[in-house]
Write a protein that binds this ligand. Structure first.
Ligand SMILES: NC(=O)c1ccc[n+]([C@@H]2O[C@H](COP(=O)([O-])OP(=O)(O)OC[C@H]3O[C@@H](n4cnc5c(N)ncnc54)[C@H](OP(=O)(O)O)[C@@H]3O)[C@@H](O)[C@H]2O)c1
Length: 350
């Protein structure tokens, strides 16, 4: 069988570049076109020196996009993605959107957090692209809206505990630290090196956009509304997220109950690893050992005195938070092994 022909729209950005790295290494993918307006005609390796020797592709402008492909990955800002989803909806191509345009099912919620939805008629066609929650739906989907990076790091540790009703449905607080690549490749004074270096900065203490998808997904699991407060902090890493999530324990849950809930929920989810090791330096999840991989590491500690649980969750925002997750969804949509082209450990030391 011939390889699947794919194109990447918005390949000059950080998620597009990361996706290209994975796509070039994937045994069943052939990259047909990569787009950029600003860098049209220039080589992909000009922006991605890590790909020297792996590709001779040059960026093309979107007007030259061909539609006779097997899959298209959209790596543009939100709102800019919708016209491409519309364009490819009538073609045979599977669509994997890494922007936020199709993550929310409700157009009013989208309007509250983003703007008026540019293609509301397609909202109910999209499957939320978090394989650990929607594996079977993703397999049959034409359009997958990949989960947000912060959302992935917060939903994954909470979902099993909400499902098994081990934590209280209210008063959940997520505190996330995130690297600078999360804001994309375009220059912004707030992420300029002299401004960012050495700083730890709160930038959206409440009302962050990913709150909407976190609550949407967790409420669906609970069968009733779940409210989550989240506060992200920009820190001096380039890649990576560490989310620390606090929740109350209404019962007398012990470690063994939490382990059981995680093990049962994540059986068959190869990219979720449970990390809780009393003996080593690496006791809890942290981004560094998984940078460049599609893993999500989850750990926890119960505070019996305060009757609460502290969850820790680490991912690479450019892999499990975007490019890798997109490949994982592509694998499922095409009937491939979910791990295909993604199964590798990180670096140590780094
Ligand atoms: N960075 C992350 O950690 C992360 C994680 C998860 C999801 N995401 C989401 O992924 C998307 C891309 O993020 P990013 O960080 O890669 O951004 P980025 O580095 O700023 O790249 C944006 C890309 O979109 C292209 N683009 C912009 N407007 C376009 C339009 N109207 N039509 C076609 N192409 C257009 C740009 O190409 P030109 O060269 O033509 O300007 C560029 O290639 C965003 O929706 C973001 O929210 C990002």
């Amino acid at each position: 069988m011939s390889k699947k022909k794919i194109s990447i729209i918005g390949a000059s950005g950080y998620t597009g570049g990361e996706l290209l790295r994975w796509a070039l290494m994937h045994p069943e993918m052939e990259v047909s076109q990569i787009t950029s307006e600003r860098f049209a005609g220039q080589s992909a390796t000009k922006l991605n020196p890590n790909l020297r020797g792996f590709t001779q592709l040059a960026f093309v402008p979107v007007k030259e996009l061909k539609t006779d492909i097997d899959a298209v990955f959209i790596c543009t800002p939100h709102k800019a993605a919708s016209p491409y989803v519309r364009q490819f909806w009538e073609t045979g191509a599977k669509i994997i959107d890494l922007s936020a345009d199709f993550r929310l099912h409700n157009k009013d919620t989208y309007a509250k957090y983003y703007q008026e939805h540019p293609a509301p008629e397609l909202l109910d066609k999209a499957v939320y692209g978090l394989p650990e929650l929607h594996r079977e739906q993703i397999k049959g989907a034409k359009l997958v809206a990949c989960a947000g990076c912060l959302a992935t790091s917060i939903i994954l540790p909470l979902a099993p505990l909400i499902k098994s009703k081990l934590i209280a449905p209210s008063g959940i607080i997520a505190d996330s630290k995130i690297g600078s690549a999360a804001v994309g490749a375009s220059f912004d004074i707030s992420t300029h090196h002299p401004e960012r270096s050495g700083s730890v900065r709160s930038y959206k203490p409440h009302g962050h956009r990913h709150t909407a998808e976190i609550e949407q997904e967790l409420s669906a699991i609970a069968g009733s509304p779940i409210s989550v407060g989240m506060t992200p902090h920009g820190i001096e890493m380039v890649r990576g997220i560490l989310s620390t999530v606090h929740a109350s324990l209404p019962g007398e849950a012990k470690d063994v109950d939490i382990w059981k809930a995680y093990r049962s929920f994540y059986t068959g989810s190869p990219f979720v690893r449970l990390v809780k090791d009393k003996e080593t330096l690496y006791r809890y999840p942290e981004p560094k050992p998984l940078i460049g991989t599609n893993f999500a590491d989850i750990g926890f500690e119960i505070d019996p005195e305060k009757k609460r649980i502290i969850l820790m969750s680490a991912i690479d925002n450019l892999v499990k938070g975007s490019g890798g997750q997109a490949i994982q969804c592509f694998n499922l949509m095409n009937g491939f092994d979910e791990k295909m082209g993604l199964w590798m450990p990180g670096f140590h030391p780094l």
